[in-house]
Design a protein around this ligand. Structure first.
Ligand SMILES: [Fe+2]
Ligand SMILES: [Fe+2]
Length: 281
């Protein structure tokens, strides 16, 4: 379901920055369902800058592989074609929106917040025995991307949002909804749909402030919610949020975590956070 106001917002003449060609080719290739893993590596190798970033990330503590991966073909074999595609998309999104000057937020701080959320979410996912914890890193990277679009596309309205939240009485995403008729999470959901990302990413972006309302991925949305809360509380970067939003009871109870577990996770995520920042920003 998409509200009228959000549909209008996404359809008017603001153009999303274009993805590099390699992302479109990877989307086509993986959609065809009949491809050799070496083809994925071949497509990715056509963009040396992107290939280098993917290799750096795969070899960093974020992925924690036991052996060093020297080629993108090997990376595809080690982490899988779909995971490589997700990583390429997330890396490209950071790059596309990295150097935009903005007076409302520091884009670098914004991405630091998202990297922190991703690094913490991945660690939480490992603790919960998730089968694919890597995708939580990508989900964390993308969880607030809708807010970046709000800043870029409607800075005056975002000023109004800031006015509403400055005395701490209203939460940021609630103020967005008052001003725009929708919030950054809903924008994020639609962006992930436009970028052909799986439901998992649509829902983690779309429901990280209200995981209870997710369609299928309640656990994952809860996990991103908790990681987001921790990243905000520790002020690792900033997505513009001045006050730490409340920790959602549904998410916390469902996770089964305790505060001492969360503390341990923070300590163990910091190396991943620092390394990923170094590679991506
Ligand atoms: Fe958010
Ligand atoms: Fe966030």
């Amino acid at each position: 379901m998409i509200s009228r106001s959000l549909e209008r917002f996404l359809n008017d003449d603001f153009e999303l920055p274009a993805f590099p060609k390699v992302v479109l080719r990877l989307n086509q290739l993986l959609a065809s369902k009949q491809f050799a893993l070496s083809e994925v590596g071949d497509v990715l190798s056509r963009d040396p800058g992107l290939s280098a970033k993917v290799l750096e990330l795969v070899n960093s503590s974020v992925y924690g592989l036991k052996t060093r991966v020297e080629t993108v073909n090997r990376a595809v074999v080690m982490i899988g074609a779909e995971q490589v595609r997700q990583l390429v998309i997330a890396t490209s999104v950071v790059k596309m929106f990295k150097s935009i000057p903005h007076n409302l937020i520091q884009v670098e701080d914004f991405w630091k917040h998202c990297v922190a959320c991703g690094a913490i979410a991945k660690k939480l996912a490992e603790l919960q025995g998730e089968e694919q914890p890597d995708r939580f890193f990508v989900a964390g990277l993308l969880h607030d991307v809708g807010r970046l679009i709000l800043y870029l596309k409607a800075p005056e309205k975002m000023n109004e949002v800031f006015e509403k939240v400055k005395d701490g009485e209203m939460l940021f995403h609630e103020a967005e909804r008052k001003v725009f008729g929708f919030n950054h999470a809903e924008v994020g959901f639609q962006l992930c749909r436009i970028w052909s990302l799986p439901d998992f990413f649509r829902e983690t972006a779309g429901y990280h402030h209200n995981p209870e309302d997710a369609f299928r991925h309640h656990e994952a949305a809860s996990l991103i919610h908790i990681a987001d809360f921790i990243a905000n509380a520790l002020q690792l970067g900033s997505s513009g949020q001045k006050y730490v939003p409340l920790l959602d009871d549904f998410a916390w109870n469902r996770s089964g975590f305790t505060s001492s577990i969360a503390e341990g996770v923070v300590n163990e995520s910091m190396e991943k956070y620092e390394e990923a920042i170094h590679v991506l920003l």
